[in-house]
Design a protein around this ligand. Structure first.
Ligand code: HEC
Length: 153
């Protein structure tokens, strides 16, 4: 390695170490959420499993942080996605939503899942188990419709 590259490498390592001490707090994570959608017991286990593996890290309080999410700059991106994801849709608070809001959200979920927008494209790269097949997407969409029917009655 030439001297120039050694200096560049040392500067990069120094910067990496430096950004680690930049104070940003991660959104809290907790397992016990009485108003949670799945905890309500009304969701078929297969659907519950898909929601847990493909959506819950960003759309619930049950976020599980992988080791690399503790390292800046990845940490900043993860924090942003979780904060924005929870703000739009938080399954941990689902039972506190009024039925009209639930209906609208079910429609949004179906749209996002069928269009391939959700889960965010980057997510299954790091969580292969969260990759949804076309059949999975169809099942989720069918579930939103069946659930919506129970709300309309
Ligand atoms: C890696 C984090 C992440 C994962 C995993 C994820 N989402 Fe999202 N989701 C977001 C973010 C961030 C937003 C808000 C910004 C946007 O729309 O891109 C969002 C927005 C949404 C919205 C839009 C809500 C609105 O008010 O318009 C829906 C619906 C949604 N997600 C459903 C899902 C579903 C269903 C899954 C699982 C199949 C999922 N998401 C997985 C991060 C995520």
């Amino acid at each position: 390695m030439s001297k120039k590259w050694k200096i560049i490498l040392i500067v990069l390592i120094g910067l990496f170490v430096l950004i680690q001490v930049f104070p940003v707090s991660k959104p809290e994570s907790r397992a016990d959420n009485p108003a949670d959608l799945i905890a309500s017991g009304n969701v078929d286990p297969e659907i519950a499993n898909m929601l847990k593996t493909a959506c819950y890290d960003c759309h619930s309080f049950e976020t599980q942080y992988p080791w690399y999410s503790h390292l800046a700059p990845v940490k900043w991106l993860v924090i942003r996605d979780i904060n924005e994801g929870r703000k739009d849709l938080n399954f941990s608070d689902w039972m506190l939503m009024d039925p009209m809001a639930q209906l609208e959200m079910l429609d949004e979920i179906s749209t996002e899942v069928m269009s391939g927008e959700m889960p965010m494209k980057i997510y299954p790269l790091m969580h292969p188990e969260a990759k949804l097949s076309d059949a999975d997407r169809q099942k989720l969409s069918d579930w939103t419709e069946a659930y919506a029917e129970t709300l309309i009655q």
